[in-house]
Design a protein. Structure first.
Length: 172
């Protein structure tokens, strides 16, 4: 009994213990995929940024910065935006999993993980294909084709992560 005559309630919270420390994370398949996704995303951003600088020089040297010229940057700009957004989100997921043992085990089993990788895969695939097609239309420009191909490879990695996440989600 409390001093006011109220009953005190005592609750016990049981938290599951994590058997392995989070520093073992880089050995897992999820982490390997995330690291590869980060590396390929950074390469994609670098290639697209390099393409953009050449495009801007070509447009500005002709003194015709029109709406049509700006729209021609669409495919590569979309790929760069997708790569940048996925790079940041994947980096945050990787850091959270490294710093927290609970995140290490629970993040791959979450619906967010599955949906994020599914959406990222579809967006990388569509943008990568459009940039590859644009590269072939512009007389086989190597940077376009390379950036688009890396985007497509990254979409395959995201599809694989989605499958692993679905498997972990169904086990849960």
């Amino acid at each position: 009994m409390h001093a006011n005559g109220e009953k005190m309630h005592q609750y016990t919270v049981v938290m599951p213990e994590v058997a392995e420390p989070p520093c073992d994370y880089p050995r897992g398949l999820h982490s390997l995929l995330m690291i590869l996704q980060l590396v390929l995303g950074a390469i994609t951003i670098g290639l697209v940024a390099d393409m953009g600088s050449y495009q801007a020089q070509a447009v500005l040297s002709e003194h015709e910065f029109t709406v049509a010229a700006f729209i021609s940057f669409g495919e590569s700009t979309a790929l760069m935006m997708i790569a940048y957004g996925c790079l940041i989100t994947t980096l945050l997921l990787l850091v959270a999993s490294i710093l927290s043992a609970r995140s290490f085990y629970n993040v791959p089993k979450s619906l967010f993980f599955v949906l994020y990788h599914m959406i990222s895969a579809s967006m990388y695939l569509s943008c990568g294909l459009s940039v590859v097609i644009l590269g072939y239309q512009r007389r086989y420009e190597k940077n376009y084709i390379t950036a688009g191909a890396i985007g497509i490879v990254n979409s395959i990695l995201y599809i694989f992560s989605t499958c692993l996440g679905l498997r972990a989600l169904s086990i849960k």
